[in-house]
Design a binder for this molecule. Structure first.
Ligand SMILES: C[S@@+](CC[C@H](N)C(=O)[O-])C[C@H]1O[C@@H](n2cnc3c(N)ncnc32)[C@H](O)[C@@H]1O
Ligand code: SF4
Length: 441
């Protein structure tokens, strides 16, 4: 394994540790786990419910999310039937539980018609037991953010609307393999801003071919015209089997400069940095971080519903199988749709976390956030100090990438901009080996 110092010589953007262990470290379990057993010993008082809708109007060149375009006739309806079966079985297996927040992600949930979304909300509220009044996030794309869909999200109690913009400059979205008309984009943003969601989030990408530091700041300034409470700034990654990957394109080598310029721009305009990617307006309360499917507190349980959605208990992470290419995704979707109800009562595919991996996950998820790891909370949770469990972290202190500050282990500004180096460096050897084996297969 490369040392931290070796890694620091390389490009800072080495991998996005948004979940640990990464999905590419998931495998079929030797024996399926009954959900009832998995959840029996868990704290089920504040769960995060995530519902995945894997359909989009187009497949963007950069995107490796679990989603598909042009669903076959009746496929969305059949997918919703399968979701209904899954929700019923999962609810029964979980027994008494309460949600702290929810998210509808994808894909592009608003690709669905309002009648289909009606069904989704009914499932969530009535069958899934997700009460109105708790934070609920939903993703949209500019092309699907139509007035009636926005109105529906508001009426149904969505508190956070998250829209993928990527860039306000047409030639840049074209370079990303995402044709996007400025008039459509601005129309969508005007409607979203006027709708008054408690949180509006805008996703932007840097590192695009042809994008300069100045044009990146132009996109950031255009985003601020809509006064979003949150902004996700994603460094571009080009991954195998995506449109850009097949064409052999690379991210530009301006990513670090663009990140720094973007960070300084936002810090000077009333935003604070929550992590490498997430910035939040000072006057906006936290709703659970890194929105969508990815982040919640270190200890939260997550119930994922739908194909591609992950579920987390403390000891086992699981989901349906994972693929990026169109054929693999279709096969997984078909399998999900055809599953008889009792299949949903088991976890078939995922990762069993040893006690050491559970601690490592806690460390990674805390340390990569600006507020860092609370030493006393870690000690109370794990029974040991972080320094006894992870002596290697001293290297971060020695390199000036982290500091100890009022009982917290925190990354410095230099450390935070290196979060995509530090995350993969912290992966355990077994997890890194599984990920590598997947990439090579
Ligand atoms: C589910 S989408 C957002 C909603 C909607 N589907 C859309 O595209 O407008 C998730 C976000 O992840 C980011 N993203 C996905 N793949 C990425 C990649 N390879 N590099 C950088 N950002 C990426 C994009 O900013 C995208 O908006
Ligand atoms: S970026 Fe959004 S719209 Fe594009 S393929 Fe990915 S999920 Fe779909």
């Amino acid at each position: 394994m490369p040392t931290l110092r070796d890694r620091l010589q390389d490009d800072p953007f080495q991998g996005y540790a948004y979940a640990y262990p990464h999905k590419t470290a998931y495998r079929h379990f030797a024996r399926p786990h009954p959900l009832k057993e998995l959840w029996a010993g868990e704290d089920k008082d504040a769960l995060f419910l995530y519902l995945h809708l894997p359909f989009c109007e187009m497949r963007c060149g950069f995107c490796n999310l679990f989603t598909t375009t042009n669903p076959r006739e009746g496929q969305v309806a059949r997918y919703l039937d399968a979701l209904e079966r899954q929700i019923e079985v999962v609810n029964r297996a979980l027994g008494d539980h309460r949600h702290a927040r929810g998210a509808i992600g994808g894909g592009t949930p608003t690709f669905l018609t309002t009648a289909e979304m009606d069904r989704v909300f009914r499932m969530l509220r009535q069958d899934g037991g997700l009460s109105k009044g708790i934070p609920l996030s939903c993703e949209l794309s500019p092309g699907t953010a139509e007035p009636e869909k926005i109105a529906q999200l508001r009426e149904e109690g969505v508190t956070r609307a998250s829209i993928g913009v990527q860039s306000f400059i047409e030639s840049e979205t074209r370079a990303l393999g995402r044709p996007q008309k400025p008039a459509v984009l601005h129309g969508a943003l005007q409607r979203l801003a006027a709708a008054g969601f408690p949180v509006l989030n805008i996703d932007l990408i840097y590192g695009i071919e042809g994008q300069t530091v100045a044009s990146w700041l132009q996109s950031l300034a255009a985003a601020l015209d809509y006064a979003p409470q949150e902004l996700f700034l994603y460094p571009l990654y080009v991954r195998p089997l995506t449109g850009l990957g097949r064409k052999g394109r690379d991210p530009s080598d301006l990513r670090l400069d663009q990140f720094r310029a973007g960070r300084d721009f936002l810090l000077a305009r009333g935003y604070r940095q929550i992590s490498l990617r997430l910035f939040r307006r000072d006057d906006c309360p936290a709703e659970g971080d890194e929105g969508g499917a990815s982040y919640c507190c270190q200890e939260d349980g997550m119930i994922g519903l739908g194909a591609g959605a992950r579920s987390y208990t403390r000891r086992v992470h699981y989901c349906t199988e994972y693929a990026v290419g169109r054929v693999g995704i279709q096969a997984i979707l078909d399998d999900y749709i055809a599953r008889p109800a009792d299949h949903h009562a088991f976890a078939w595919y995922g990762h069993e976390l040893s006690p050491a991996e559970q601690k490592r996950r806690y460390l990674i998820k805390s340390l990569l956030r600006a507020d860092g790891l609370d030493e006393a909370a870690y000690q109370a949770w794990s029974g040991r100090s972080w320094s006894a469990d992870f002596p290697e972290v001293d290297a971060l202190l020695e390199c000036g990438l982290a500091v100890l500050d009022h009982g917290r282990l925190r990354l410095t500004a230099e450390g935070l901009e290196r979060a995509d180096t530090i995350g993969p460096w912290l992966y355990s050897e077994p997890v890194a080996a599984l990920m590598e084996e997947y990439e090579l297969a």
